[in-house]
Design a binder for this molecule. Structure first.
Ligand code: ADP
Ligand code: PEP
Ligand code: MN
Length: 528
């Protein structure tokens, strides 16, 4: 089978009389509820459950081994190859399966708020609620744009189609396969909606560097003076939470590009975690949950239909998906200038990294490549407690190219625009996970604001004796004893052992970058 067949199979599917194209939010809400896929809640949000897949399933993610991309992809456990024969045969089966459905739902829109580099996408869904998710998360076209819309990439999602590993060549019933050549994402066996948005993000991580644009797994906001801040971080480290700040306009909560013009959001919506969500702690996010928001795996009262955000019985990874316009203070379209402040968020389960520290250029490169953090409960299949992890560029599950491609681009941009980089530990303090506690959100917010407002530029600092990081000695509103990790631990000997263990893990991990990065390692890594 060649690529022409893939296109005509898709066209035939889309020409069927069971296809609903570009339904509005109320129409999709109606479809999702009347078809029994979701229920209406007291705020007008719709709530859907996703069965056993309540987070991403990285083990089931593949990229088709094809001539156009073969030599560019950084193949390995993240970017697992799959043959075009397997893809073609599964694709045909999925298309046949979708043709049998009573109804299908298609969303057409864009990824990338900068018109120069945006990608036209379409999403074909078996479920109305998934299509509502696509509508809320991707960039919605104007009427005129819709008229001329021609998809560069298509997501075909059939969660109820399950692969048979013995016959289909997958590792399980679930598959998320990207073909860069055929420009298709094929999803089956999982209902977790996040797979759709993260697939498009992976594709942007493949396409943007060719246009000299740095794709970034970060949130972004901008202050009154046009000062832009970025917050890099793996899932659950605080990108969405910390970028929602009443005093600053939100650019986006998860995926951005940085071009010669500045930064832009890749998406048109946010995907916030809502476990333990309260209006008091996260007012912007709480209030964004209104009519048409998709609540994923949130437990609601059967009668009143009021959400209970404290209930983690379905998963720790409960989610709300809403258009960015649901947040009061935003820039629209989601574009802004060059960043002044860059924050690397890490959720350190060892409890030894300082809650905030200032990085030199070499430290910034070292920590960007290392990407040390923890995988937090629920974010990936099988993760039930924080698992320390080195996730290159704070987003390794989404990077098809070699990490150094992104790191070099970031290094150049930091130099060019003179951005100050901070490392912020939103994870544990006073002891490792199980002994200490998670850093208080209100402290993290205070520290982050101080950094963004330039208040930490000329403060007195203390050098972390293990990692060589510069720790501000005082930050107004934060108790001084939490600033230096060793002081926050009651058992100093235990701290010393943990810190040495983490420094060793950093050094071991950095070996994978070889001698090219010796200078960065020497000047930016843990002290001897
Ligand atoms: N100190 C802290 N900083 C940031 N988030 C925190 C902190 N303590 C607890 N949290 C919680 O951790 C979660 C962070 O998730 P989120 O912002 O959605 O991460 P991301 O967008 O990076 O995936 C939120 O539920 C937030 O309430
Ligand atoms: C959607 C996800 O991203 P994040 O948690 O970074 O928002 C995810 O990791 O599944
Ligand atoms: Mn997020």
């Amino acid at each position: 089978m060649n690529s022409i067949d893939t296109v005509s199979e898709l066209n035939e599917l889309l020409a069927g009389n069971n296809v609903n194209i570009q339904l509005s939010v109320p129409q999709l809400v109606e479809k999702a509820t009347s078809r029994g896929e979701a229920v209406l809640t007291s705020t007008g949000a719709v709530k859907a459950e996703t069965g056993k897949y309540t987070g991403r399933s990285p083990q089931d993610k593949y990229i088709v081994e094809e001539p156009v991309s073969k030599d560019k992809i950084d193949w390995g456990s993240v970017n697992q190859p799959i043959s075009s024969e397997i893809f073609d045969s599964l694709y045909t089966k999925v298309i046949e399966y979708l043709k049998q459905q009573d109804e299908l739902f298609v969303f057409k829109g864009f990824a990338g708020a900068d018109h120069d580099s945006r990608l036209s996408i379409q999403v074909v869904n078996e479920y109305a609620w998934h299509n509502l998710f696509a509508h809320q998360l991707f960039i919605r076209p104007t009427e005129k744009e819709l008229e001329y819309h021609a998809a560069d990439f298509t997501i075909v999602s059939a969660p109820n189609f399950k692969a048979d590993p013995a016959v289909d060549g997958t590792q399980s019933e679930t598959f998320i396969i990207v073909s860069m050549e055929k420009r298709i994402v094929l999803i089956g066996g999982t209902e977790y909606a996040g797979e759709m948005k993260k697939s498009i993000f992976s594709i942007m991580n493949y396409l943007l560097p060719e246009q000299n644009i740095l794709p970034m797994h970060c949130s972004a906001n901008v202050g009154e003076q046009g000062d832009v801040s970025l917050f890099f971080g793996l899932s659950g480290t605080g990108k969405t939470t910390l970028s929602a700040d009443a005093g600053r306009k939100l650019i986006g909560d998860d995926e951005h590009g940085w071009s010669d013009n500045g930064v832009f959001n890749i998406e048109g919506g946010c995907y916030a975690k809502c476990i333990n969500l309260t209006r008091e702690n996260e007012p912007q996010i709480f209030d964004a949950i209104t009519f048409g928001t998709v609540l994923e795996n949130v437990v609601i009262d059967a009668e009143t239909r009021v959400a209970n955000y404290d209930d983690n019985s379905l998963t720790e990874n409960t989610r709300a998906a809403y258009p960015i316009q649901n947040i009061e203070n935003i820039v629209d379209p989601s574009v802004a200038g060059h960043p002044n402040t860059i924050i690397f968020l890490t959720a350190d389960a060892f409890g030894v990294l300082p809650p905030i520290s200032k990085l030199t250029k070499e430290q910034a490169m070292y920590h960007f490549l290392s990407g040390f953090t923890s995988k937090l409960a629920g974010t990936e299949r099988g993760i039930t407690s924080p698992q320390p992890a080195f996730s290159t560029c704070f987003g390794s599950p989404f990077l098809p190219l070699h990490a150094t491609v992104y790191a070099e681009m970031l290094g150049k941009k930091i130099d060019e625009h003179g951005a100050q980089v901070f490392l912020v530990n939103t994870g544990w303090t006073g002891g490792e996970y199980g002994v200490g506690s998670r850093m208080k959100l209100s402290y993290t917010r205070t520290m982050v604001r101080a950094a963004i407002e330039g208040k930490l530029n000329n403060v007195e600092t203390e050098t972390d004796s293990v990692f060589g990081l510069e720790i501000p000695k005082q930050i107004e509103g934060v108790p001084t004893e939490v600033l230096v990790p060793r002081n926050a631990w009651e058992d100093k000997a235990a701290y010393d052992i943990k810190a040495a263990e983490l420094a060793k893990a950093f050094r071991e991990n950095f070996k994978k970058f070889g001698t090219v990065s010796d200078d960065i390692s020497l000047k930016g890594g843990p002290l001897a």
